[in-house]
Ligand binder design. Structure first.
Ligand code: ZN
Length: 271
């Protein structure tokens, strides 16, 4: 039924959260998302401790990206959405051409990363093993904050994680990255067509994708069109979040949707 995304395992559902997400869900549904973010910054929650490796305060205060001997270790930090977009496009072009630089993997970079992080883009991508954002954008340690869920489906843990990157680390670019031959999208289309009863963990995913199904076409074209429509809807949902919308309006943040084409290795929608 779901060929690509199922093998990696289901997302936690509200009724069956995994241990790290319990803290997130409790914070989100209890005292609000700001409580979660403050908890994460304090490093007292398991998820918060993981996210604040090196200290978020240090990362925000850092004036520039740490330099090192790696390929792009001395590249200027991308501080605007358009600068970040250009870096992603350039990285994807290297990936497609087989001219990757594998930047920011040096020993010096690893040492520098201990004291803080300043990722220049946040990528929300599908969990599909064929679309690892660090590879398809040819980026290295500390360059990207990556959040993955089957089909890019949102839940409170995904949104909370995403807001941590955007609001607390000041990441200027957010990309919702779908892809060709997405198993989650195919499962949603098949579920709507057949009306078959799906296991609970798939129900949560496909129920959120089904409203975006494109009924003007069929086959792989329908999968692509639905993927585009759904990642755009995720983009719009995130752009409209009450604490993100003002930053989108004044240009501090750009939220874009994109699709990775397995056959060409190109990310469409960035430029
Ligand atoms: Zn997928």
């Amino acid at each position: 039924m779901i060929s690509n995304c199922e093998a990696t395992g289901p997302l936690p559902t509200p009724s069956h959260p995994t241990a790290p997400c319990t803290a997130t869900a409790a914070a989100t549904h209890g005292n609000g998302r700001r409580t979660f973010l403050r908890t994460a910054l304090a490093g007292s929650a398991a998820l918060g401790a993981a996210l604040t490796l090196g200290g978020a305060g240090q990362a925000v205060a850092a004036p520039s990206r740490p330099a090192g001997p790696g390929a792009l270790d001395s590249a200027p930090a991308a501080t605007t959405p358009n600068q970040a977009l250009k870096r992603l496009v350039a990285g994807n072009n290297r990936w497609r051409a087989g001219t990757q630089q594998h930047p920011n993997e040096s020993a010096a970079r690893r040492v520098a990363a201990v004291s803080g992080q300043q990722p220049f883009a946040l990528v929300l991508s599908c969990i599909d093993s064929r679309v690892p954002p660090e590879l398809v954008f040819d980026q290295g340690l500390g360059d990207l904050m990556v959040i993955r869920s089957a089909g890019c489906v949102l839940d409170s843990a995904v949104i909370g994680s995403l807001k941590y990157g955007v609001l607390e680390l000041g990441i200027p670019l957010l990309v919702t990255l779908g892809h060709q031959h997405c198993g989650a999208v195919k499962a949603a289309i098949q579920a709507e067509e057949t009306g078959a009863q799906l296991p609970e963990h798939l129900d949560y995913l496909v129920d959120r994708i089904i409203p975006s199904i494109d009924h003007t076409t069929t086959g792989e074209a329908q999968v692509d069109a639905t993927t585009n429509a759904f990642t755009r809807s995720v983009r719009d949902t995130l752009s409209a979040e009450v604490d993100i919308a003002p930053r989108v309006a004044d240009g501090r943040i750009k939220v874009v949707s994109a699709r990775y084409q397995l056959t060409t290795q190109r990310v469409h929608g960035l430029a």
